[in-house]
Design a binder for this molecule. Structure first.
Ligand code: TXA
Ligand code: MG
Length: 339
């Protein structure tokens, strides 16, 4: 165990001392958690192999799962890649800074353990004022996966990071709840037609409007034959403490049946569905009128129910349009089954 530094930083008053302390730790090769607009990231100097190893160790992350490199601006991005194809320029203009990660051909500048032996590199410029300011202050490329223990739901609040990683990393910067709530869209731009490897904050529909065509990795469609091209997509992810089932319809009946069988049932539902239910343990995760609110609250809801309180969790199911694609991708990976 190590002593973890804690800073609280708000978007209004960017605490200068906290920023410089965190940046110094990063430059010294330590791992520090910081807020982005999607989820909290666990950052370390992407050019320092030893620093990057600390990320894998703190998270218990498999070493064949490459990390996204975070930079403050397009110049820094260009230093890390062989070339920025035209589509990537268009996408950067439309969505950067923001929740879009571009996979490009690596120039080999970052430490080899960042890319897990691939010749490509995932890069993004986050838009969260606190995260972006820290990247500017550190002025080095920062490798940063989500700041959770591998397999757990990603952290959307500093408390989630503290719960998983306190005592295992050098610092945690609390910048409040993250906002978007699901990770960035991972888009492979090394092919002639870009391919979505992980649905996220920027929707397929929005990408299509900017570049015309985009493909979706067949490994994402749930056909188990195809291996997902983003190595991270094959591992257990986002798992709550109790088994999770996605419920397509008849939530009340499903819950009653399980309760009669002796299960302690927790329910994750939108306010609309919750209003129709009779249950002691409901966690509301937003409104059906605006699925962005579900994305925002989903990981907090998955972390809400503890093993000591429930034996099974039932979660409402959503359409896969727009942000629903990212929500359902995470839920299907987190779930033991569908009913
Ligand atoms: O929103 C986000 O992207 C957050 C915040 C912290 O920025 N980060 C994040 O990182 O979600 P992580 O490590 O949890 O997920 C990275 C994903 C994994 O699925 C990984 O396999 C994929 O991106 N990835 C990274 N580099 C890749 C590469 N060169 N080729 C293919 N997939 C890559
Ligand atoms: Mg993650």
């Amino acid at each position: 165990m190590m002593e973890t530094k804690h800073w609280t930083v708000s978007e209004q008053s960017l605490n200068k001392q906290a920023m410089s302390e965190a940046a110094v730790l990063l430059k010294q090769g330590e791992a520090v958690a910081f807020p982005t607009e999607t989820v909290y990231g666990l950052g370390a100097d992407a050019t320092n192999e030893k620093a990057v190893r600390k990320i894998f160790e703190a998270k218990g992350r498999p070493s064949d799962n490459p990390l996204i490199v975070h930079v403050a601006n397009t110049n820094q991005l260009e230093d890390l890649v062989e070339e920025v194809p035209d589509v990537a320029h268009k996408l950067l203009e439309a969505f950067s800074p923001g929740p879009l990660t571009l996979i490009l051909k690596s120039k080999g500048t970052v430490a080899p353990n960042v890319s897990a032996g691939l010749d490509s590199i995932g890069i993004r410029i986050p838009s969260h004022p606190v995260g972006l300011r820290l990247l500017e202050e550190a002025a080095i490329p920062i490798a940063a996966p989500s700041a959770n223990i591998s397999g757990r739901p990603s952290p959307t609040r500093a408390e989630h990071v503290v719960h998983d990683l306190d005592g295992r990393i050098a610092g945690i910067m609390d910048g409040g709840p993250t906002g978007i709530g699901l990770e960035s869209t991972v888009l492979d731009c090394t092919e002639a037609v870009p391919v979505i490897l992980r649905p996220g904050g920027v929707t397929a529909e929005a990408i299509q409007r900017v570049i015309g065509t985009v493909m979706i990795d067949p490994g994402l469609a749930g056909e188990q034959k195809e291996k997902p091209k983003a190595p991270g997509m094959k591992y257990t992810h986002y798992a709550p403490e109790a088994p999770l089932y996605l419920v397509k319809e008849n939530m009340q009946q499903q819950a009653d049946k399980l309760a009669e069988a002796g299960e302690k049932v927790g329910i994750i539902a939108t306010e609309e569905l919750a209003a129709t239910l009779d249950s002691e343990r409901i966690q509301i995760c937003g409104t059906r009128k605006n699925l962005a609110t579900v994305a925002e609250h989903l990981y907090d809801a998955l972390r809400h129910f503890k093993k000591s309180d429930v034996s099974v969790i039932l979660c409402e199911s959503f359409s896969k349009q727009d942000v629903g694609a990212a929500i359902m991708n995470r839920l299907e990976k987190a779930a033991t089954g569908v009913m």
